[in-house]
Design a protein around this ligand. Structure first.
Ligand code: H2P
Length: 820
């Protein structure tokens, strides 16, 4: 596959082949004859890194020596995806790579496949962070991504014989990781535990143990910007490797205890936190990376100066708190300033509040972290004191701003009572300069509901930045066919840097020739995905059927249940003859989702989907009409294959629950039509692509609220819609569990008695919209016209635009000056 590469490096393919040979020989000690694709991959990656090295150093120098404030993006997740093709694209070496690898006698795809995808994130939050650092570099804004280099990322998902999710450790570092450079010399000490004592009138923290934080640096090359930023992920190591004395007493396990304890901190992403120990580990992780990163930023900008002027810190760097995970950084910066650098409280507070901003990514109260004060006190006693003082100051400030005592009480950062806890979102909303949501509707709901008291008192803090996605990875790399067609249609490839240029495709939606070419690209992408699904999963997909996709974390509010119930009802319609087989629009329904290991109903939903897929597959009556597949271990690689192949995108969350969504943007940009509710960024997508080009259904936020108020009773909906009743009855009667009625009983009971996210209430509307979808699909020319209009009008959803909004509304900085 050849790709149009925008920025050309002056290196020729022959030279690049020599560079790869050199790396093979001098770095890896392998001859080209001995080399395997994995060796070529490592050698290529090493060569690409060297190409980026000068720009990386220059970007850092310009950042330190200039006056452009940098951005520190603090995030527990960075879901980067594979690096090789992205790095080649951004360093202008794509064509040279394909030619050089051929010259060396290798298959490029095998080399690309040798890279193991790091799963250092869970879903949209982590992928957003990855898109943002790509855009920051592409816009030439100096930035650091700061996070954790988990040894095991999100679990590798498998399905067992019964269709249940099985979690396996994802040891992504099993082979060499040529992108990450471990920088032992720039380590940081992170302390824990112990007590605070009074010494010479000062509060002094005497920690009980410490962990060594070692940075692993990843280069983040910008597209066409000549800038290369840094993603710095921390690894936790022990200071006391192991206890030789104990070891020599043959107590081998005891000897490595301290080492294990330290290294546990960066061992896995989101350890199960239903236990006390699990909670403790999470807080340790959060403090670990927040503390190391803040110290690192001070080192970067002030070197080893003993008495740096840290009042200038907020002019050097602004820190974005990506959700509540890094919020412990607020008391940590206060502590650093007061205890380590001797500033008084007020000066420290002034610096701290100017340094941090907070992005909230949720509307679910349970997703806003709250830590027991006792836990903070145990792990970070000095921080608890600081939080108490922040809370006192806050209460005092509020008394001056409002007479509403109930409101003041509601706003406590540290709750009152016997077992107080610390509300991290409140701490961030008080201490941060800005607070933003991630789509217009979400930001509005934050102001109206979730953080209402805060927005009443501090309205100026609140703003919106609608999410975005990088067109480099999700269009250029994922969909070379469509990218080439767009470039042909627009007569330029500048759209990759200025995505609003896609607007100029609009007239082409009326050009039948162009529409046919577009349809051909989509069809080819479906064939490509079908081939991939065959070789990877053994699925047999028919690319002439409609590809109907739902990919996202498995969560009740996202309502995978709504989709599978509709599939079951359709299956029943065909079986009963209610719908004639010849009237059915053949569909391939594709799910991709992982469920949190401790999330019982979500895991049961996965099991149900797998078994519905199995039953349908074994039923000749629906053959060729309906098929369900669930490729396991959904990840960025699968997303990059599947999104371009999708025709219908499912964004069917309960209105008012999905903060934004970002796959909805990727789908629209890749020419899928969306069936969705008025939720998250769906609202803005629909506004832009036009109501005629979006399948809207379901209750609005207001209707949902009214339904809650009127004591929602899901059973009524079950009784009222015979299709829904049939579908649920089939789940209950064992149709999808070999006759066993117990398997899904908890799920069925939840639907009929609770159904918190109102799947049942929206079912009929969801079904009704299907006939519109199918009528349009029958007219392929019209369908594809609308798909093109989706592409043309989604340029707004570039993460470059999101970053520009952050620069203007939150960070108040911009790109580094370019040299003339
Ligand atoms: C979350 C929200 C999404 C949002 C994303 C990025 C937490 O992602 O739920 O609505 O688009 O952050 O802001 P996810 O559900 O995919 O884990």
């Amino acid at each position: 596959m050849t790709e149009l590469t925008a920025p050309k490096s002056s290196v020729t393919a022959a030279q690049f082949a020599d560079e790869i040979r050199n790396e093979l020989k001098y770095t890896q000690g392998v001859t080209p004859e001995q080399a395997k694709p994995a060796d070529i991959y490592v050698a290529t990656a090493t060569a690409v890194r060297k190409h980026l090295m000068d720009s990386w150093m220059k970007t850092q120098q310009d950042m330190i020596n200039g006056n452009t404030k940098a951005v520190g993006y603090l995030s527990a997740e960075f879901l980067m995806g594979k690096q090789l093709r992205n790095a080649l694209l951004n360093s202008g070496l794509t064509d040279q790579f394909y030619a050089a690898v051929k010259e060396l006698g290798f298959d490029a795809q095998e080399v690309i496949d040798a890279e193991y995808e790091p799963g250092l994130g869970n879903g949209g939050l982590g992928r957003l962070a990855a898109c943002f650092i790509d855009s920051l570099a592409s816009l030439g804004v100096p930035a650091f991504g700061y996070g954790i280099q988990y040894r095991y990322g999100i679990f590798r998902q498998e399905f067992d014989e019964e269709g249940r999710q099985v979690e396996r450790p994802d040891y992504w570092l099993t082979n060499e990781d040529p992108w990450g450079h471990i920088d032992y010399a720039r380590d940081q000490r992170v302390n824990f535990g112990g007590e605070v004592v009074e010494e010479a009138g000062k509060r002094v923290w005497k920690p009980a143990w410490a962990v060594r934080a070692i940075p692993v640096d990843y280069m983040v090359p910008g597209y066409e910007s000549g800038r290369v930023n840094t993603l710095r992920l921390w690894q936790a190591r022990s200071y006391d490797e192991f206890d030789l004395l104990t070891f020599n007493k043959s107590e081998y396990l005891d000897a490595v205890k301290p080492q294990v304890k330290a290294e546990d901190i960066s061992k896995i992403l989101y350890p199960e936190d239903s236990t006390e120990v699990g909670k403790e580990l999470r807080l340790e992780q959060q403090y670990f990376f927040a503390s190391a990163s803040l110290h690192d930023a001070i080192r970067v900008f002030y070197g080893d100066a003993e008495k740096p002027d840290l009042t200038t810190f907020p002019d050097k760097i602004t820190f974005q708190l990506n959700d509540t995970h890094p919020v412990i950084g607020i008391p940590e910066l206060m502590r650093i300033l007061i205890d380590e650098y001797g500033y008084d409280w007020d000066t420290a507070w002034d610096i701290t509040t100017k340094t941090f901003n907070y992005t909230c990514h949720t509307l679910l109260p349970e997703a806003l972290e709250v830590w027991p004060a006792s836990l903070i006190g145990k792990l970070l006693p000095r921080h608890l004191e600081i939080i108490e003082k922040i809370n006192d100051q806050f209460m005092h400030e509020l008394e001056g701003l409002t007479d509403d005592e109930a409101k003041i009480e509601r706003m406590r950062i540290l709750t009152a009572g016997e077992n107080p806890s610390v509300r991290m979102a409140y701490l961030a909303s008080y201490a941060g300069s800005h607070v933003n949501g991630v789509a217009e509707l979400h930001s509005q709901l934050l102001k109206d509901v979730t953080l209402r008291d805060f927005s009443d008192i501090y309205p100026a803090k609140f703003t919106n930045v609608t999410n975005g996605v990088t067109p480099r990875r999700f269009m250029k790399l994922a969909n070379p066919g469509l990218s080439a067609l767009i470039t042909e249609g627009l007569g330029t490839d500048k759209w990759l840097e200025d995505l609003e240029l896609l607007k100029n495709l609009e007239p082409l939606a009326q050009d039948d020739e162009f529409v046919k070419k577009f349809a051909k690209v989509k069809y080819d992408n479906k064939v490509r995905f079908a081939d991939f699904a065959k070789s990877e999963y053994g699925f047999k997909l028919d690319p002439t059927t409609m590809f109907d996709t739902m990919i996202k974390r498995l969560h009740e509010y996202k309502r995978q249940a709504l989709k599978i119930l509709e599939v079951i009802a359709t299956y029943a319609d065909i079986k009963s003859g209610k719908v004639k087989v010849e009237d059915v629009t053949p569909r391939t329904v594709i799910f991709g989702a992982k469920a949190a290991p401790g999330y019982y109903l979500a895991k049961m939903t996965i099991q149900l989907i797998n078994n519905v897929a199995k039953v349908i597959d074994n039923d000749p009556d629906v053959m060729g009409k309906l098929k369900v597949v669930f490729p396991w271990n959904y990840n960025i690689r699968v997303a990059q294959m599947l999104i371009p192949a999708t025709e219908l995108d499912e964004q069917i969350s309960q209105a008012g629950k999905e903060a934004s969504g970002t796959s909805n943007m990727k789908f629209a940009l890749n020419g899928a039509l969306t069936v969705g509710t008025l939720d998250g960024a769906n609202v803005e997508i629909r506004e832009r692509v036009g109501a005629d080009n979006f399948f809207l259904f379901g209750m609005t936020v207001d209707e949902v609220d009214k339904m809650y108020e009127s004591n929602y009773d899901p059973a009524k909906f079950y009784e009222a819609d015979p299709r829904l009743k049939t579908a649920i009855d089939m789940v209950a009667d064992g149709t999808f569990s070999n006759g066993d009625k117990e398997t899904y009983a908890p799920l069925v009971s939840d639907w009929l008695t609770k159904d918190w996210f109102m799947t049942l209430a929206d079912f009929t509307a969801y079904h009704d919209i299907q006939s519109q979808i199918e009528t349009l699909y029958a007219d392929q020319l019209e369908w594809n016209r609308k798909a093109i209009l989706n592409v043309a009008n989604s340029g707004y959803f570039s993460s470059d635009r999101s970053i520009e909004d952050y620069l203007d509304r939150v960070w108040m900085t911009g790109p580094l000056p370019t040299e003339k």
